[in-house]
Ligand binder design. Structure first.
Ligand SMILES: Nc1ncnc2c1ncn2[C@@H]1O[C@H](COP(=O)(O)OP(=O)(O)OP(=O)(O)O)[C@@H](O)[C@H]1O
Ligand SMILES: [Mg+2]
Length: 313
C-alpha cells in the first residue's frame, strides 16, 4: 500500500435555507494522498473545510462528488472502520457516563473481553493524561480539556492503524498540550499514522512531517513542512541583530541601502536586508554608531507566513 489515505476530487455542497435551495460549497475538488507512518497536518483557517473532509472520511457525511479511500478501501467499507480511530472536533458523549464506562462501552463495540477492556481503558486514560481519580467521574463534570483527553483515549481503543483527530489540542492548557503532543508523537513511534486537523501552528511545527493547507475548500499547498518553509535561493533575506544603537540613528545611517527594514525586538534592534551583499554595509554603519553585533541569520519563512499567505482570505 503506497497511500494510507487517498482523496480524489472530493466536493461537498451543503444545502441551506428553508427549501434547501441555496448551496454552500464547503469542499471543492480536493485531491490529496497521505503516506503511512507519519503525522500528517491538515491545516486551514476557520471554515476552510477541515471538519467537512474528516466527516466525509468517517462516513458521517456524503460527498457531493468525488471519492476517498482509507487503508486501500473505499470509505463506505464497514470492515475498514474497525481498523481506524476518530476523535471529533468537540467530542460529545453521553455525559452521565463516567470516563471508565465510556471506554468500556467503546471496548464492547469492538468485542473485547471485560478484562481486556479494563486494561486498555486504564492504559489509554493514563497515556491521555487523565488522572486515575477522575476515571469514575461523570463526563458532564469534566472540563473541556479533560473531555478532549477522553476523546483521544476513546479514539485509540482498537489500536487503530490510522487515527483521525479533528483539532486535538483545542481546549487544552499549555501543560495539557504538551502531554497530548507527546501522546501523538508516541503514536508515530508505534507505527500508527496520525491525520490531524489544526490551526495551532506551534503544534504543527513540533509534530507534523507533511502538511496540506486548505483554503476555501481547495488545496492551496501540500508537501514536507521543511520544504514548504524554505525560501527560494534568489531572494534569501538576512536578519542582522544589533545592540547599542538607536532605532532612528541606524535607520538614518543605512537609509541609502534599498529594502532594509529596521524594527525593535526584545533582543535588540533587528535589521532585515534583502540580500547577502547588503550585510557588510549595514555592519559598517553599526560600527560607525559604536553599536555591537549580536547575530546574522538567514530569514526562514515562518509557518505563520506560509499559513497566512495560503490559508487566509
Ligand atoms: N451543516 C452545515 N450546513 C451548512 N454549511 C456548513 C455546515 N457545516 C459546515 N458548513 C460550511 O462549510 C464550510 C467548511 O466548514 P468546516 O466546518 O468544514 O470548516 P473547518 O475547516 O473545520 O473550520 P474550523 O477551523 O472553524 O473548525 C464553512 O463555510 C461552513 O460554514
Ligand atoms: Mg472544524
Amino acid at each position: 500500500m503506497d497511500h494510507i489515505v487517498e482523496i480524489q476530487n472530493l466536493t461537498k455542497d451543503y444545502e441551506v435555507g428553508f427549501w434547501k435551495k441555496r448551496k454552500v460549497r464547503a469542499l471543492d475538488g480536493l485531491t490529496l494522498a497521505v503516506e503511512p507512518g507519519q503525522i500528517f497536518g491538515f491545516l486551514g483557517g476557520n471554515g476552510a473545510g477541515k471538519t467537512t473532509t474528516l466527516k466525509i472520511l468517517m462516513g458521517l457525511l456524503f460527498p457531493t462528488e468525488g471519492s476517498a479511500k482509507i487503508l486501500g478501501r473505499d470509505i463506505s467499507d464497514v470492515e475498514m472502520r474497525r481498523r481506524i480511530g476518530y476523535c471529533p472536533e468537540s467530542p460529545y458523549f453521553y455525559d452521565y457516563l463516567t470516563a471508565a464506562e465510556l471506554m468500556d462501552y467503546f471496548g464492547q463495540l469492538f468485542g473485547y473481553d471485560a478484562s481486556v477492556r479494563k486494561a486498555k481503558s486504564a492504559d489509554l486514560l493514563t497515556r491521555a493524561g487523565l488522572p486515575e481519580k477522575d476515571w469514575n467521574k461523570q463526563l458532564r463534570k469534566f472540563s473541556k480539556g479533560m473531555q478532549q483527553r477522553v476523546g483521544l483515549a476513546q479514539a485509540l481503543i482498537n489500536d487503530p492503524e490510522i487515527v483521525f483527530l479533528d483539532e486535538p489540542m483545542s481546549g487544552l492548557d499549555p501543560v495539557g498540550r504538551r502531554e497530548i503532543r507527546e501522546l501523538i508523537s508516541s503514536l508515530r513511534d508505534r507505527g500508527t499514522t496520525v491525520f490531524m486537523s489544526t490551526h495551532i501552528l506551534s503544534d504543527v511545527e513540533a509534530l507534523c512531517d507533511n502538511v496540506a493547507v486548505l483554503r476555501g475548500g481547495k488545496l492551496s499547498a501540500t508537501g514536507k513542512l521543511s520544504e514548504l518553509l524554505v525560501q527560494s535561493e534568489g531572494d534569501r533575506a538576512f536578519e542582522i541583530m544589533v545592540s547599542g544603537v538607536g532605532h532612528e540613528a541606524i535607520q538614518h545611517e543605512i537609509a541609502s541601502i534599498n529594502g532594509c527594514r529596521v524594527s525593535s525586538k526584545p533582543g535588540g534592534i533587528s535589521i532585515e536586508v534583502p540580500s547577502e551583499s547588503d550585510i557588510d554595509p549595514v555592519l559598517a554603519a553599526v560600527r560607525q554608531l559604536n553599536g555591537s553585533l549580536i547575530s546574522v541569520n538567514p530569514v526562514k519563512q515562518s509557518l505563520e507566513e506560509l499559513f497566512v499567505e495560503t490559508a487566509a482570505g
